[in-house]
Design a protein around this ligand. Structure first.
Ligand SMILES: [Zn+2]
Length: 216
């Protein structure tokens, strides 16, 4: 079963934020808040990543799930949303450019968002930063007052960035997205796969920008 981490143990900025670590080829799942929880990415939705046992261990019952945010529509991030929707009735926020891949399955729960929109949580607002490059509708979520970035598959620790060769990927767009992120004040990076960065995340993003820019 996937491991659950209470991220407040790693940074005081992350009070009431938890991480359900993906098992196998599955995204991380971040849970923001408890009573009116917002779930950022939902994993691959297979039997090894069943979502609800982990949410319940965190004290999040179906009635407590108010929102789901998908950083992009790849199945390893998005298919778990259907497990969530079996028992809860949250809004599901997807960037308008990726929503077309999933819209017909989400029905009235879908909320299409775009750059500059704000998604409410019980802790702090999340700004939508549109970051195409890995997919056309990829987005990061930025808690500006805390310097926290949920970075999806756009940028990872140690100068790594998301693959750009997928159907709607683009290295040129990735470079623009990374440049934009590098100009934000970011201390904590919570990526779509692997281990977070709890301090100095801006340096990791700048490294990713310089690596992507040097790419032939
Ligand atoms: Zn992806």
């Amino acid at each position: 079963m996937p491991r659950i981490l209470d991220l407040s143990n790693y940074s005081t900025r992350l009070e009431d934020v938890s991480l359900i670590l993906g098992e196998g080829l599955c995204s991380n799942i971040y849970v923001v808040g408890r009573d009116e929880a917002v779930v950022i990415d939902t994993g691959v939705g297979n039997p090894a990543n069943p979502v609800w046992p982990q949410l319940e261990e965190l004290g999040v019952a179906p009635g407590n799930v108010k929102g789901v945010v998908l950083t992009h529509a790849h199945h390893d991030h998005a298919m778990g949303a259907f497990i969530v929707l079996q028992r809860a009735n949250p809004k599901v926020y997807v960037h308008k450019q990726d929503a077309r891949y999933i819209a017909s399955h989400l029905g009235p729960n879908l909320v299409r968002v775009e750059d500059g929109d704000t998604i409410p949580t019980e802790l702090w607002p999340l700004e939508v930063i549109w970051t195409p490059g890995h997919t056309k509708g990829g987005m990061c979520l930025y808690a500006r007052e805390k310097g926290i970035l949920f970075s999806g598959d756009t940028v990872f620790p140690d100068g790594n960035y998301g693959a750009c060769y997928g159907e709607s990927g683009s290295l040129q767009e990735m470079i623009v997205s990374l440049r934009r992120l590098s100009e934000l004040d970011i201390e904590v990076m919570l990526p779509g796969h692997g281990w977070p960065v709890f301090e100095g995340a801006g340096d990791h993003i700048k490294l990713a920008l310089s690596k992507a820019s040097r790419h032939p």
